[in-house]
Design a protein around this ligand. Structure first.
Ligand SMILES: *Cc1c(COP(=O)(O)O)cnc(C)c1O
Length: 469
């Protein structure tokens, strides 16, 4: 049969629109979307026919039911939200690709009331005149960190760029070679410095930098000394870096400000809760660092933001920089940040209410109990699975506490009818995507990052992907 003849047998858009199943689909999906999907699918089918060789063409029959089921699937897919909640069974608490920090349930109302209503975003209630967007968190952050002044921008990368551009444009900034880091998502210290118009002067070596390395590099063009926290890696062994206090002392002696990109904005000493040491913002301010920048959505546990704290004279200058307008945060960020910071006024409350801190500090016993609950729920469905509970380790992620291994408990699954990588794939493609790890040919679900209300989703996904016995 020739191709033209087969093509002429393809149904028309109108014919398909009159099909019973498509009429049903139109109850849920807008007509223009369905028409578009009909056209797309017919076009695909046409291309497929055109690419066939004579042999397969002879045996080929147009399958209308199949075309219709493709149209229904692709229309449903088009209507589904792309950006939606997933189940994180990987145990990485701050997973950049899965959205880093989770906002606290306790701030849901505050966030929604500002998102869905007019707000005090940029208005001064006492005068009725224009106010300042950042003002909502200034006193809070000053209170928590003891810094003189505060500015908030889009993310920490923007914060570093703004600080350098304001304080050192056209001049030299001295950085240790051990701190020329790259953070996930292509934040590279040398590139950020170049973009901000400052000249990088690197000193010392990868593993050792001494105070005199900085001292020898200082000249009349030096605008600042920059310290960058090596958030996502550690150099171990024969290493040396300069103490914050000594660096501040050196800066003072030479009349040069010291800037620190501290990465994750830790506001609580996490060692008290059994985690490894991670420098806090308060320590840097207390040590006399002039300007400190950090992220809002790493260990702080808030929305994506870049927070700049430090001496008023520098922050005032930054507010006048045009970049501040370009890096401006929106009201959703501001309300989520303010509400999250308010939780820090009571440290115990913060640990319980901020999901990032709660997940990081959850005891192994508590996770073990939760694993048992999910295990029992899965077992009760009598699925064709080999299922167990094993001891494992979770990671902090998000370029924070890179050496921390948090003891945890995980459900391990081996399906009998499909391979573990197939099961991992199917769970990820489930209507609520479930992200798992595969280890030793078993699918691993680490309970540390799984919410209780998601257990049912996991069970249902397993029922649908491997089926009941
Ligand atoms: C994460 C990180 C950044 C980038 O912060 P974003 O908020 O993702 O822009 C910059 N510097 C350090 C040291 C970091 O850890």
């Amino acid at each position: 049969m020739n191709k033209g003849k087969i093509l002429s047998k393809l149904p028309s858009v109108d014919e398909l629109l009159n099909d019973k199943k498509i009429i049903n689909l139109l109850e849920e999906v807008p007509r223009n979307v369905v028409v578009n999907e009909i056209r797309n699918n017919l076009e695909k089918y046409r291309k497929k026919i055109l690419s066939m060789d004579e042999g397969s063409l002879d045996k080929f029959k147009i399958d209308i039911d199949k075309i219709i089921s493709y149209i229904i699937d692709s229309s449903d897919k088009f209507m589904q939200m792309n950006l939606r909640e997933v189940v994180n069974g990987m145990g990485t608490v701050l997973h950049t690709n899965l959205g880093r920090a989770l906002l606290s349930e306790t701030i849901r109302e505050q966030v929604w009331s500002v998102a869905g209503g007019y707000s005090t975003l940029e208005i001064d209630i006492s005068t009725g005149k224009r106010g300042i967007r950042y003002s909502h968190v200034v006193e809070l952050i000053k209170f928590i960190t003891k810094a003189e002044d505060v500015l908030v921008v889009n993310n920490n990368a923007a914060a570093v760029m703004l600080v350098l551009s304001t304080m050192a444009k056209g001049k030299e900034v001295i950085v240790s070679r051990g701190e020329l880091v790259e953070i996930g998502g292509s934040f590279r210290v040398p590139d950020v410095m170049e973009q901000s118009g400052t000249k990088l002067v690197s000193v010392g070596t990868t593993n050792k930098t001494h105070l005199w390395d900085y001292e020898n590099a200082i000249n009349e063009n030096t605008a600042a000394l920059l310290r960058v926290h090596t958030s996502n890696y550690r150099i171990l062994g024969f290493t040396d870096s300069v103490d914050l206090k000594d660096l501040v002392e050196l800066g003072k002696k030479n009349g040069i400000p010291v800037i620190e990109d501290i990465g994750s904005g830790v506001l609580i000493d996490l060692q008290k809760y059994g985690l490894m040491y991670e420098p806090t913002v308060q320590e840097s301010i207390a040590a006399g660092i002039d300007v400190v920048t950090f992220s809002g959505d790493k260990l702080l546990g808030g929305p994506q933001a870049g927070i700049i704290v430090g001496k008023k004279c520098y922050i005032e200058k930054m507010k006048k920089n045009q970049l501040t307008r370009a890096f401006r945060i929106d009201k959703l960020t501001m309300v989520a940040l303010e509400a999250t910071l308010r939780l820090y006024l009571d440290e115990e409350k913060a640990i319980k209410a901020i999901p990032t801190l709660r997940m990081l500090t959850e005891s192994s016993d508590s996770i073990s109990k939760r694993a048992k609950t999910l295990y029992d729920m899965i077992v009760s469905r009598k699925l064709d699975l080999d299922i167990g509970i094993s001891n494992d380790y979770s990671e902090v992620g998000g370029g924070a506490l890179p050496l921390e291994k948090l003891p945890t408990h995980a459900i391990t699954i081996k399906a009998k009818n499909i391979s573990s990588s197939q099961l991992e794939d199917r769970l990820r493609k489930y209507s609520t995507p479930i992200f798992t790890r595969v280890n030793d040919d078993r699918v691993i679900i680490d309970l540390r990052t799984v919410k209780e209300e998601q257990y049912g989703i996991i069970v249902q996904a397993l029922v649908e992907t491997v089926g009941e016995q």
